[in-house]
Design a protein around this ligand. Structure first.
Ligand code: GLN
Length: 193
């Protein structure tokens, strides 16, 4: 099992270190050729408007979109969720290539500004105890399509969802020492971590 982490901007190092700590082979993804041989890709939190600008013209997003369409498992967290969402409620990223693939409607920054960042315990399908979820200028999932399963909610709003091999979360599972959500994702791919 080899997992790539989109490393254009944002919290990619934190995801890489979680994967390292779980003994999973991992690498940074910044160019289309880095996708070769990967079993999965994680899209980190950060700033989606920066990511789409950095990716523009590199061919990375078209290549990644094609692979996701062909079944490559992917997990987008926070800004990564924004990249994966089929629909955004505002036009701030219009004109930039994104990925899409996850049948959700997402509102950027809907959990407030940076200084309104918070963490809260959430129940997650498959986990016995609550996970302390950190929300930083987080996107909110406003609606989900029929094929989307809700794995966790906060205040009755989905915050972790799954559509087959495509996972998306509003919060940052890579911050802190709790690796259980990464483990759940990797288990869903058949990894023994
Ligand atoms: N607000 C950011 C964006 O719109 C996402 C924040 C995050 O990833 N923590 O890209």
């Amino acid at each position: 099992m080899r997992v790539g982490v989109l490393s254009l901007q944002g919290a990619f190092r934190e995801h890489l270190s979680v994967l390292d700590s779980l003994g999973v082979s991992c690498c940074k993804v910044t160019r289309p050729e880095h996708l070769d041989g990967l079993d999965s890709v994680i899209l980190p939190g950060g700033e989606s408007s920066a990511m789409v600008r950095i990716a523009a013209g590199t061919g990375l997003f078209p290549a990644l979109r094609e692979r996701i369409g062909a079944g490559l498992p992917v997990f987008g967290t926070c800004a990564g969720l924004i990249l994966l969402a089929d629909r955004l409620t505002d036009d701030s990223l219009d004109g930039f290539d994104r990925l899409g693939g996850l049948d959700v409607t997402v509102a950027r920054n809907a959990y407030g500004r940076q200084r309104e960042s918070f963490s809260a315990p959430v129940q997650v399908t498959g986990l016995d105890d609550a996970f302390e979820a950190t929300f930083i200028r987080a996107p909110q999932i406003l609606s989900i399509g029929n094929g989307v399963e809700v794995l966790s909610e906060y205040a009755d709003v989905p915050v972790l969802v799954r559509q087959g091999n495509i996972w998306g979360g509003s919060f940052h599972p890579e911050l802190g020492i709790d690796t259980r959500i990464h483990e759940e994702f990797l288990h869903s791919l058949g990894a023994t971590v």
